[in-house]
Design a protein around this ligand. Structure first.
Ligand code: GUN
Length: 293
């Protein structure tokens, strides 16, 4: 078994991005600029946004976080999005999800200028991705594709089972794995809560992407010997430690690792590659914006 090491890979790709950004600055260009809008006080969201800001700083990118109380109206939030859309010094905008229930998240996503939509959540960018056109890819599937590419995992003609059909992971993951690219050209099966014979389907898989959000769901008796196993899960599970929780993936790591050819750890796997996906998208937005000036 070989570990698909997000730490090593993220470090290498960050060094490449840092160099690229430095070379743009040497040409006299301003720094790339990522903006995050954070509504409310959700602990996990605060952590995610803080790590995104830290990544930007490390690479020489600017970042701004706009914080709003959970009571902000949808109209006021849309007006804030519009301000960022019009700010030519900002390349990428993410509105951290989830937003409070009284706000329609689709309205928010659809309000973001598609050329700044570095999450790749705007329906226009989703459509572009499905057509195989050059656009922002949702960060997690994008990060996984980079991982498969850099570790030279053979995907062509392989049977890939994606467990989970979310808009941000399962659906785009399936689209990217099936397209005529390298990595890609997989035969993809998407499984979800209504799937029958999930275990039998998983046993046929050369590659499994577990993205359902259930800690240690994928067990060794569901995995074919030699399969490649990608774990997207990051669940907080109560524990008797200082933080009061531990992070668990969707894969029962120890028992599955004994059977797999390659496997991602949690933490230290897909999560770090997701962060790289967002940074790559921000750089792409910057290159588009600067190039079109
Ligand atoms: N909440 C959890 N994941 C994400 C993400 O990738 N982008 C945004 N905007 N919010 C999230």
């Amino acid at each position: 078994m070989e570990l698909l090491d997000g730490k090593v890979l993220a470090k290498a790709i960050k060094a490449e991005l840092k160099e690229k950004i430095a070379s743009y600055k040497e040409k006299g260009w301003r720094a790339p600029h990522l903006c995050a809008i954070l509504v409310g006080e959700d602990g996990a969201s605060q952590t995610y946004v803080a790590s995104k800001a830290k990544d930007c700083e490390e690479l020489g990118m600017d970042s701004t976080v706009f914080r709003f109380p959970s009571g902000i109206s949808e109209n006021d939030l849309l007006a804030e999005v519009e301000k960022v859309n019009l700010n030519t010094n900002i390349d990428g905008l993410i509105v951290q999800m989830p937003v409070p229930e009284h706000i329609n998240s689709l309205n928010v996503m659809m309000h973001i200028d598609p050329s700044k939509d570095v999450d790749g959540f705007h329906p226009m960018n989703v459509g572009m991705m499905f057509k195989g056109l050059d656009t922002f890819l949702p960060a997690t599937p994008y990060g996984i594709m980079m991982m498969l590419e850099r570790y030279k995992i053979e995907t062509s003609g392989k049977h890939c089972v994606v467990i989970g059909r979310s808009d941000i992971v399962g659906k785009p993951m399936a689209a990217l794995l099936m397209q005529n690219t390298n990595p890609g050209n997989c035969t993809v099966t998407v499984c979800h809560s209504k799937t029958k014979n999930l275990r039998e389907l998983c046993l046929q898989a050369d590659i499994i992407v577990a993205a359902l959000g259930r800690p240690e769901f994928l067990k060794a008796d569901m995995v074919k010997p030699g399969a490649v196993v990608i774990d997207v899960g990051i669940s907080r599970v109560d524990a008797n430690n200082e933080r009061g929780y531990v992070i668990k993936g969707d894969v029962a790591f120890d028992e599955v690792a004994a059977k797999a050819s390659y496997i991602t750890p949690v933490p230290g796997g897909v999560g770090l590659m997701t962060r790289i996906g967002l940074l790559q998208n921000t750089l792409k937005a910057y290159e588009w914006h600067m190039g079109s000036k």
